[in-house]
Design a protein around this ligand. Structure first.
Ligand SMILES: [Zn+2]
Length: 81
C-alpha cells in the first residue's frame, strides 16, 4: 500500500472529471488517475533515501553524501542544517 500515490490518484481522477468538460486533457487524467489508484494499492511505498552510514546525510541540493554535523555542503556550498 502506497497511500500517497492512491490519494493523488483520487485527486487526479476528480480533476479529470472536471477537465472532461474542456476536452482531451480530462480524458488523459481520467486514464492516469485510476492507474495511480490501482498502483497505489498494489505497490509498496519506496523507502526514503537514507545513507547507509547513520553519521552521514544527503545534501538537499546536489544529493552528495556528507557528514551529518556539517553546516555547509563541501561539494556545492549549499547550507545544510
Ligand atoms: Zn551539495
Amino acid at each position: 500500500m502506497w497511500p500517497t500515490l492512491a490519494v493523488c490518484g483520487v485527486i487526479i481522477t476528480f480533476a479529470g472529471v472536471l477537465f472532461l468538460i474542456f476536452g482531451p486533457l480530462g480524458i488523459m487524467l481520467l486514464i492516469a488517475g485510476p492507474i495511480m489508484i490501482v498502483a497505489g494499492m498494489l505497490l509498496k511505498e519506496p523507502n526514503p533515501s537514507e545513507p547507509d552510514d547513520p553519521a552521514k546525510k544527503f545534501c538537499g541540493y546536489c544529493n552528495a553524501e556528507i557528514d551529518r554535523d556539517v553546516s555547509e555542503c563541501p561539494e556545492c556550498r549549499f547550507p545544510c542544517d
